[in-house]
Design a protein around this ligand. Structure first.
Ligand code: VGL
Ligand code: ZN
Length: 215
């Protein structure tokens, strides 16, 4: 069904962290379950269709320095997926992933010359699940880019549902954008946190849709 309120002049697509290290297909260091070749084909096809409909594309890209705080290898004695407290914030320690200028950080969906890429997690001291701002409160520039483009609504999908998608969509709503999540084009790290993330986003007023709704 066409959603007439989603005018491409005011609606952008945000593809979250569709990067090699988060996929099984590319044997990523932090591969999210269900990220096989079929998943990547579905995301690529939907992204191409949405671009063809005139929706501007924004990509977020996890882009960490080697000494990033979220890597368990930078905390002597720590184990992967361990949760620790750092400066009063809870931080999950991940396997090193999406290191700047490495193949694991590459975006797997073709990025066109008119598309915008917003990098996050670039400051070694702060993690940044959200595409809008890091845990230190520093804006990535995504909000400004969307506003300059006259965007009022966003269509969001990508990886991972329970971390960067959840945080990015929550901040989009917080920043005043209407948001539609496409859950079929998202995959989560764990089933429980994925369910919780979807429930939280619904509570925050996010609507859920399918890519076909816009074609
Ligand atoms: C992500 C964990 C660490 C994500 C990024 O893209 O969801 N998860 N860094
Ligand atoms: Zn990361």
């Amino acid at each position: 069904m066409q959603q007439p309120s989603f005018d491409p002049a005011h609606t952008a697509v945000i593809v979250v962290d569709l990067q090699a290290d988060f996929t099984e297909e590319h044997s990523g260091s932090l591969a999210v379950p269900g990220t096989d070749g079929k998943y990547l084909e579905a995301v690529t096809a939907a992204t191409r269709d949405l671009a063809a409909r005139g929706f501007p594309l924004f990509f977020t890209q996890d882009w960490h320095p080697r000494d990033h705080i979220s890597f368990y290898t930078n905390h002597p004695g720590a184990a992967p997926f361990q949760s620790v407290e750092i400066d009063g914030r809870s931080q999950i320690l991940w396997p090193p992933h999406c290191v700047q200028e490495t193949p694991g950080a590459e975006i797997l969906v073709p990025v066109g010359s008119a598309d915008r890429v917003v990098r996050k997690g670039t400051d070694a001291r702060f993690d940044s699940y959200s595409g809008f701002a890091d845990d230190g409160g520093h804006a990535t520039g995504l909000d400004a880019l969307l506003r300059e483009a006259g965007i009022r609504q966003v269509i969001v999908y990508g990886l991972a549902t329970d971390f960067c998608v959840r945080a990015t969509v929550a901040d989009a709503v917080e920043n005043g954008f209407a948001a539609v999540l496409l859950p079929d084009l998202c995959r989560g790290v764990a089933p429980d946190s994925t369910e919780a993330a979807l429930a939280e986003l619904r509570r925050r007023g996010v609507s859920f849709g399918k890519a076909e709704d816009f074609s």
